[in-house]
Design a protein around this ligand. Structure first.
Ligand code: HEM
Length: 520
């Protein structure tokens, strides 16, 4: 199953129902639970004070900062705790908010933190065998899926093989915007159109051009992500039967999982029929084709079941689509707020292409400034600001503190990448700061880790950048953009909302004129 636990959505943690239920359950839980702040002799990392039963939850709620990465950054700053301990209900949580803390977790102790937690909302779905890459526990199956993903499914060669899909989808987007430009002054919803493009391009790469159940699939994925991107009451109190009685999330997650697996079944049948009919050409394989071939060839250390194959495809789709859309939305927003950077990026792409009718992937190599714009966007707006949760598999000492086995661990990549201690003018959008090529997002510079680091680092960066670069270059090449209604650049709101990734809260609607007409 593809459920991406993007991060803790504070809106959900704080939702009224949860609070009401906590209040209702408090007396019962107080009798039932034995609150403690760590075993005797343990030296937990510092952090805010903890109350019986609810632990540190009240601190997160009272910061009144709706998004978890910002609330946790504020708490970590307030308590001077680059490695911070929180207790959310019964769940022990450690948050790393400095490059040194991140490096200890993802490099020095990488194996010990290489698993993912199965919170009660997702556990039933996982235990039914729907384990893919994102939620896979560290072990032989995960290692094998990781190897197949890195070497076969998301390799540079495979990503190149989807070039036609990306260029085709981008051409369609540009043609649609060119048509819309015929009505001067009318704003187009850039964010929404770009999200549809990344969904379609990713879906075509995963299951081919003929998947007829697009809408149903997208709806199910969105619902699944909504359900697992926050903590339900049952997740906060996993040992309480009362809490799990009130929490319906696990049942809802299982229902969504059934739906997505059923839709994937149809895709598998379609692919098998095509293969039997001999119409699949190796050069033209989509990701599902590759997995079915690997399955048929056999000889794997851990045999792949059909459920695992379907879960992996769903994982790659959910991992890949929203994150790229979010990056594009934020990149366009930052360029609109920073006309100097917009002008420079447009001048670069226009001077390199010299009036060609379309941007192709061959043109991207030369677009140096565009790549800096994308890096700076990922610094200020990492789509997964807390990466994905890890779980400590054995008692560990990190930065001199005890991290007990079973603790959930988050790395606040956003806090690290916007910390004035490590970045000059940290909040400003300055692509030039990456000009000297000293810092990259490959997982070795711990002050900039939008794709994570270590064994669980994102395997999809090449896939993502191929789409983001082509679409952004095309939007800047063909059109000039303006904020509607006389809004000044500095007035464009940058409010965030938590979905599968951290997206713009409000649609990015822009007016545009055609500068270089596309070839239609
Ligand atoms: C701008 C785009 C993207 C960003 C910023 C991003 C970021 C991340 C991050 C932060 C993680 C967690 C890393 C960790 O725990 O250390 C992750 C994991 C993952 N990503 Fe991405 N990602 C992007 C695009 C993609 C794409 C395009 C795909 C696939 C087509 C993908 C597939 C995955 C998978 C499968 C995992 C789980 C890996 C594992 O647990 O072993 N991502 N990504």
């Amino acid at each position: 199953m593809v459920l991406v636990l993007g991060a803790l959505a504070m809106e959900q943690v704080a939702n009224a129902l949860c609070l009401f239920l906590v209040a209702l359950l408090l007396p019962v839980l107080l009798l039932k639970l034995n609150w403690h702040g760590g075993s005797a002799g343990q030296r937990l990392p510092p952090g805010p004070s903890r109350l019986p039963v609810i632990g540190s939850l009240h601190h997160l709620l009272f910061t009144r900062i709706p998004l978890a990465h910002r609330a946790m950054a504020e708490l970590s700053r307030r308590h001077g705790a680059p490695l911070m301990y929180l207790r959310l209900g019964e769940v022990g949580l450690v948050v790393a908010s400095s490059p040194a803390a991140a490096q200890e977790i993802m490099r020095a102790h990488d194996v010990a933190f290489a698993s993912r937690p199965w919170i009660p909302s997702v556990r039933p779905a996982m235990e039914r065998g729907a384990v893919g890459l994102v939620f896979g526990r560290y072990g032989a199956l995960w290692r094998q899926l990781r190897r197949i993903s890195v070497l076969e499914l998301l390799s540079a060669k495979r990503v190149r093989s989807f070039r036609r899909v990306r260029e085709d989808e981008t051409r369609r987007l540009v043609a649609a915007f060119a048509l819309a430009a015929a009505t001067p002054g009318e704003a187009v919803n850039v964010g929404k159109r770009v999200a549809a493009l990344t969904a379609d391009a990713t879906m075509r790469a995963m299951v081919g051009d003929q998947f007829e159940w697009r809408e149903e699939f997208l709806r199910a994925i969105e619902e699944g992500s909504r359900l697992v991107s926050g903590f339900s009451l049952g997740d906060l109190f996993p040992t309480s039967r009362l809490a799990s009685f009130f929490s319906r999330t696990a049942g809802q997650v299982t229902a969504v999982q059934r739906k997505t697996m059923e839709l994937m079944d149809r895709a598998v049948r379609q692919h098998e029929e095509r293969r039997r009919a001999g119409t699949t050409v190796d050069d033209d394989e989509d990701i599902l084709d590759v997995l079915l071939r690997v399955h048929k060839e056999g000889g794997l250390e851990v045999p792949l079941t059909m459920d695992i194959i379907k879960s992996l495809v769903i994982d790659l789709f959910s991992g890949g689509s929203d994150t790229s859309a979010a990056t594009l939305g934020w990149a366009m927003s930052e360029l609109m707020r920073n006309p100097g950077a917009m002008e420079k990026a447009q001048a670069e792409v226009r001077s390199r292409l010299q009036g060609k009718p379309a941007v192709t992937e061959d043109d991207l190599h030369n677009l140096r400034y565009l790549k800096l714009v994308i890096k700076e966007t990922l610094r200020l707006h990492p789509p997964l600001p807390l990466l994905l949760p890890r779980e400590c598999m054995e008692d560990r000492k990190v930065m001199g503190y005890d991290v007990p086995k079973g603790t959930m661990v988050l790395v606040n990549a956003w806090a690290i990448a916007t910390d004035p201690e490590h970045w000059d003018d940290a909040d400003a959008f300055k692509p030039e700061r990456f000009e000297d090529g000293r810092i990259d997002f490959k997982g070795t510079d711990f002050e900039f880790i939008p794709f994570g680091a270590g064994r669980r680092m994102c395997p999809g960066a090449t896939f993502a950048l191929a789409t983001v670069e082509l679409v952004l270059a095309s939007l800047l090449y063909h059109f000039d953009w303006e904020l509607p209604g006389g809004v000044m650049p500095g007035e464009l709101d940058m409010d965030e909302r938590m979905g599968m990734s951290v997206m713009r809260k409000n649609d990015l609607c822009l007016c545009h004129v055609v500068r270089v007409p596309p070839y239609v």
